[in-house]
Design a protein around this ligand. Structure first.
Ligand code: GLA
Length: 417
């Protein structure tokens, strides 16, 4: 009897350990895969499926020359449209007209620049834009991706059944295939939050999961939305995505991120995927808010503007090293939403050195003054306050009071006195 009890306890401990360790895939070098939110540039909003190796090489070059790579944007994420079907052995191939040198050569080029390469597929026969997907070819495609030197896979869900069980199974099948491929390949789940992937994404082998419909280049949807799903028809604006992710903090951590979709910073209403459904463009203040809130909420940071020619404001927003330090902080906490009313949202993100990042968003259409006692946010000490957009210390004490522009996010780093 005692032996049976012991063996039941032993088996339970073993199963619990197995479940919790599968939730954080170890990299082949022993660390956590995607230990901080992945950063890079993604092709979709700028090029849609009209991609080719010449333009993408220019983007790789620009990631280096603009300072993006140095700031932490290390992935070049190729989105939909690269595929050219399968060869006579069913190996997936790049479209030879778009990638005449082949994907391996492109990956070599990207790696020679010190960048990593992301690619895209779908858990059905066809992708969202109608190209070849990976269903039933998971292991073969994962092996091909590994041979090419792919470092990241965005795995979409167009053309797949709506139920959760199928989604979990299909993502797990690709998660396992990538794991077996012999290379560290980060898996980004992209089923748009419809089946609450924050509950099952990590166990399926994903390191991040999109939480909403596609981001549009706009501040917010004109319709009040309650659930992520409702955003599909109306288009998700920056504020809509913040409001959904604000409630998901507890699901994030190293190797497990809520993906708020691409940054639209610097797109200025460009026609294309982010320009439809009311995507008329944002103000620079709104773009500054997106960068601030995506960093606070520990979302991946995937720029999607033309980084070959960025104006000074776009560069200032995307390359703000103090904001990026908050995004990439080793503790890997997603900020918690402490205040959320008609006019204000306030977030707090604990940082690895004991500091706190605090973000104050003015949701209203007017410039307003705001006053907050840190204790109201659970921060009960005295702090030195650094404004990470102004790059300077702005005060010391138990509170802050000041002006916030309409749709602006003030971000402070608080250090205990
Ligand atoms: C879906 C995804 C987008 C993009 C397109 C490509 O809509 O959510 O991010 O990858 O497919 O077709």
């Amino acid at each position: 009897m005692i032996r049976r009890v012991f063996s039941i306890i032993f088996i339970s401990i073993f199963l619990l350990t197995a479940i919790s360790s599968s939730a954080q895939t170890k990299s082949r070098t022993g660390g956590v895969l995607a230990a901080t939110p992945p950063m890079g540039w993604m092709s979709w909003n700028y090029f849609a499926d009209k991609i080719n190796e010449k333009d993408l090489r220019e983007m790789a070059d620009a990631m280096v020359s603009s300072g993006m790579l140095k700031a932490g944007y290390e992935y070049l994420f190729i989105d939909d449209g690269w595929q050219g079907g399968r060869d006579n052995r069913n190996n997936i191939i790049a479209d030879p007209a778009k990638f005449p040198s082949g994907m391996k050569a492109f990956a070599d080029y990207v790696h020679s620049k010190g960048l990593k390469l992301g690619i895209y597929s779908d858990a059905a026969q066809l992708t969202c834009a109608g190209y070849t997907g990976s269903l039933h070819f998971e292991e073969q495609d994962a092996r091909t991706f590994a041979q090419w030197g792919i470092d990241y896979l965005k795995y979409d869900y167009c053309g797949a059944p709506a139920d959760s069980a199928t989604a979990v199974a299909r993502y797990k099948s690709m998660g396992d295939a990538l794991h077996k491929s012999g290379r560290d390949i980060v898996l980004g789940i992209c089923e748009w939050g419809d089946r609450k992937p924050w509950h099952w994404g990590a166990e399926s082998g994903g390191q991040l999961w999109r939480t909403t419909a596609d981001v549009r280049d706009k501040w917010k949807s004109t319709k009040q939305v309650g659930a992520a799903k409702e955003l599909h028809g109306v288009g998700a604006g920056i504020l809509d995505i913040v409001d959904i992710n604000g409630g998901l903090s507890k699901y994030a951590g190293p190797g497990a991120w809520n993906d708020m979709d691409m940054l639209v910073v610097g797109l200025y209403g460009r026609k294309g995927p982010s320009g439809d459904l009311g995507g008329v463009g944002c103000t620079d203040t709104e773009y500054q808010s997106q960068m601030s809130l995506w960093s606070m909420l520990a979302s991946p940071l995937a720029a999607s503007n033309d980084i070959r020619k960025m104006n000074a404001v776009t560069k200032r927003i995307l390359l703000n090293e103090e904001v990026i330090a908050i995004s990439q902080d080793a503790l890997g906490k997603q900020a918690e939403r402490k205040i959320n009313d008609e006019e204000w949202s306030v977030f707090v993100k604990p940082l690895s050195n004991g500091d706190y990042a605090v973000a104050i968003l003015n949701r209203s259409d007017k410039t307003k003054n705001y006053s907050v006692n840190w204790a109201k946010l659970g921060l009960t000490d005295q702090y030195v306050i650094r404004d990470v957009w102004q790059h300077q210390l702005i005060g010391k004490g138990r509170r802050w009071r000041g002006r916030v522009l309409s749709h602006e996010t003030r971000v402070f780093r608080l250090k205990k006195v």
